[in-house]
Design a protein around this ligand. Sequence first.
Ligand code: AMP
Length: 270
Amino acid sequence: MQGRPQDPASHRRQRVSGKKTMKILVPVKRVVDYNIKVRPKADGTGVETAGLKMSMNPFDEIAVEEALRLREKGAATEVVAVSIGVQQAQDTLRTAMAMGADRAILVLTEESPEPLAVAKILKAIVERETPDLVILGKQAIDDDMNATGQMLAGLLGWPQGTFASKVELADGRAEVAREVDGGTEVVSIALPAIVTADLRLNEPRYASLPNIMKAKKKPLETLQASDLGVDTTRRLTVVSVAEPPARKAGVKVGSVEELVEKLRNEAKVI
Ligand code: AMP
């Protein structure tokens, strides 16, 4: 989407255009580690997470990396990570700070909120922090919603560059190359704006041990979702969660003739 910011606060536009500072907010979600094969709960109400290794959502690592690279290039001055969830999400924020984020905000909720609630909470954080750019992951790998960035852009009335494979900032605008079917689309959007990170945007760095130690001393502010005056009541109901049907075993055929016969008479595809 291309467009002008509809932010009514003119002082914000002045700050962005005559910019001395350029703050990037990066929302990071704590999810089951991508190497782990999850299993549905016995009652089918969700997936089993107890005792599983949790990590930062991989697309959010890419979002953090991009924000850090923009800061290292001098295009940004501060990178703030924010996570919404249970107390343990602070580990995810420490990881973001070990990668290089300057500080972090944890918004505590009792359970993992759905995208609309996350977007509303992020809107409240954006209003407090007034970032020039928010870089989210394109989707969280736990529930594959691919919705939060778009909802946040809608709630704020900000332009968005989703599925980004390249981001450049200049003259109060972001040029975003977007991964679309069969190619790339380049959009130019006015800041402040929303970007969501796709897989090919970059390869995130690993946090070094000294940086992990340093991250323990970086500021982490904790807020309650209720303090932000946001209604996080769930509107989505999960009806059921089930494993995909098991694949049938394959068969080996002895000849091309047999293969053709099976394709014609059993599979009925030719
Ligand atoms: P989703 O719309 O749930 O697929 O998530 C898209 C992106 O929104 C993620 O990659 C994160 O950047 C952000 N996000 C979603 N949920 C949270 C959360 N609970 N805390 C922080 N960021 C989140």
